[in-house]
Design a protein around this ligand. Structure first.
Ligand code: FAD
Length: 412
């Protein structure tokens, strides 16, 4: 142990991803002393580049909108889906729910750095290269912190928000992990110089379904600088049947779809292909004495509808008012004021993710027989408005979706 230091604050936030920075900014705006402990140095790579319009309202209410708008990220107004020669587009401005209809496709290194800098400008004390390595629980939980300079510190606060994403600090140390309802899936991804001249709507994420395997899908997320994020999602068993390393597998799989292959003909693959597996996760509780879990530190479903950053920001925006009340000495119920409202939207996404992988939702979106009003309701969910109970496909997702699936299948 080289050096000892003790952090104390009203609130300590573990991790400076989107959920951590949004929570930090909003708490500082309410006058709290906030320390953010982040193990990496920013900017750092993160996967998850396609935002949903719903998250713009959290960026706006945290006072971060001008900085995000100035960053020259790729404008985004929808999502496009392809299966063989079937193609469909959702324009998020033509949606049922009120609110933002556009957003951005972002390089997360730069985006997360901007949010963290904005939180710092609001007064958050940010410490990079500070990793939480252990947790002592009790009335006032204490964190043990190791820096990449070899120093060790302790950190104590009136309340801890765990925004550590896949680091899952408190779920691991407090034994809160519980299995996800989704099977293990794996993703291979990279960034490319795309050199795509035509055939791609750059202001939409393109989701392509594998021509033979409907549970295997690719994303193509164009950026504003002529580059794209490209990735594939499949089961580990499926990917293990392909030869070569991650780069060969990803390229080979992209070649198996004719339209994707044509789009990527002139692309330059200049960046290492990365892989991540078993990312779907859950917890037994989203809160406890002196702490709450935000974003991916709680539950993570699946990347298919780009819901991760939106859920992360929503969790921060729900947690801050509850924590504010608690710190002002009022009675709060974290279950009814935080966990249940957050899960409502997560469960909407869950219904649609399950229906994506078993093919029901694919039958809906590729159906030619759709009423504009229903399409607007579906567009709302794809735009991230999964908490809007005025939308029948949110309020009664499973039943409504199944009726729609039947109608679309009968029309075929
Ligand atoms: P994170 O963004 O993961 O931030 C957590 C931070 O905590 C990190 O900076 C990390 O360094 C830090 N940390 C971790 N451990 C510690 C520790 N011990 N001590 C201190 N700091 C620590 N979402 C989308 O919205 N759109 C997409 O297109 C999308 N695509 C995805 C594709 C794939 C393959 C996967 C797996 C996920 C995707 N996601 C997507 C999900 C998205 O990446 C996450 O949901 C989102 O980043 C969660 O934000 P967060 O703030 O909870 O955590």
């Amino acid at each position: 142990m080289k050096n000892e230091h003790h952090f104390e604050a009203d609130v300590i936030i573990i991790g400076a991803g989107p959920s951590g920075s949004i929570a930090a900014a909003q708490l500082c705006q309410k006058g709290y002393d906030v320390v953010v402990l982040e193990k990496q140095h920013f900017p750092r790579f993160s996967i998850g580049e396609s935002l949903l319009p719903q998250c713009m309202s959290f960026i706006e209410s945290s006072g971060m909108l001008p900085a995000v708008e100035e960053a020259n990220f790729q404008f985004k107004n929808g999502a496009a889906f392809r299966l063989g020669d079937q193609y469909t587009e959702f324009d998020f401005t033509e949606k049922f729910s009120p609110g933002w209809g556009t957003t951005f496709q972002v390089q997360r290194g730069k985006f997360d750095h901007i949010l963290a800098q904005q939180a710092e400008q609001c007064g958050a004390r940010m410490f990079y290269g500070h990793e939480i390595t252990a947790v002592n629980t009790g009335n006032e939980p204490t964190l043990l912190v190791s820096t990449d300079q070899g120093d060790s510190h302790t950190a104590k606060a009136k309340f801890i928000l765990d925004a550590s994403g896949f680091g899952r600090v408190l779920p691991r140390f407090l034994d809160l992990e519980s299995p996800s309802s989704f099977p293990v899936r794996q993703s291979l991804f990279t960034h490319i110089e795309d050199n795509i001249q035509e055939g791609l709507e750059r202001n939409k994420i393109l989701i392509t379904v594998h021509p033979q395997h409907r549970d295997v899908w690719y994303w193509l997320i164009p950026f504003s600088n002529g580059r794209c994020s490209v990735g594939v999602v499949a089961t580990p068993e499926f990917l293990s049947q392909r030869s070569g390393g991650p780069a060969e597998k990803l390229k080979q799989l992209c070649q198996e779809d004719a339209s994707l292959n044509a789009l990527l003909t002139n692309s330059v693959w200049d960046t290492q292909v990365q892989e991540i597996q078993g990312y779907s996760c859950d917890v037994s509780t989203l809160w406890g004495e002196g702490f709450a879990l935000l974003g991916n530190a709680g539950e993570f479903l699946d990347p298919v509808f780009s819901s991760g950053v939106t859920i992360a920001m929503k969790s921060a925006s729900l947690a801050v008012p509850v924590l504010d009340k608690q710190l002002r000495g009022e009675d709060v119920c974290w279950e009814s004021e935080y966990a249940i409202p957050l899960k409502r939207g997560v469960d909407t996404f869950r219904t649609f993710v399950e229906a994506w992988y078993d093919g029901r939702f694919q039958d809906v979106i590729f159906s030619r027989n759709q009423s504009p009003s229903i399409r607007a309701m579906i567009s709302s969910i794809l735009a991230g408005y999964a908490w809007d109970l005025d939308n029948p496909y949110v309020k009664d997702s499973e039943r409504r979706l199944n009726v729609l699936v039947e109608t679309c299948r009968q029309a075929v």
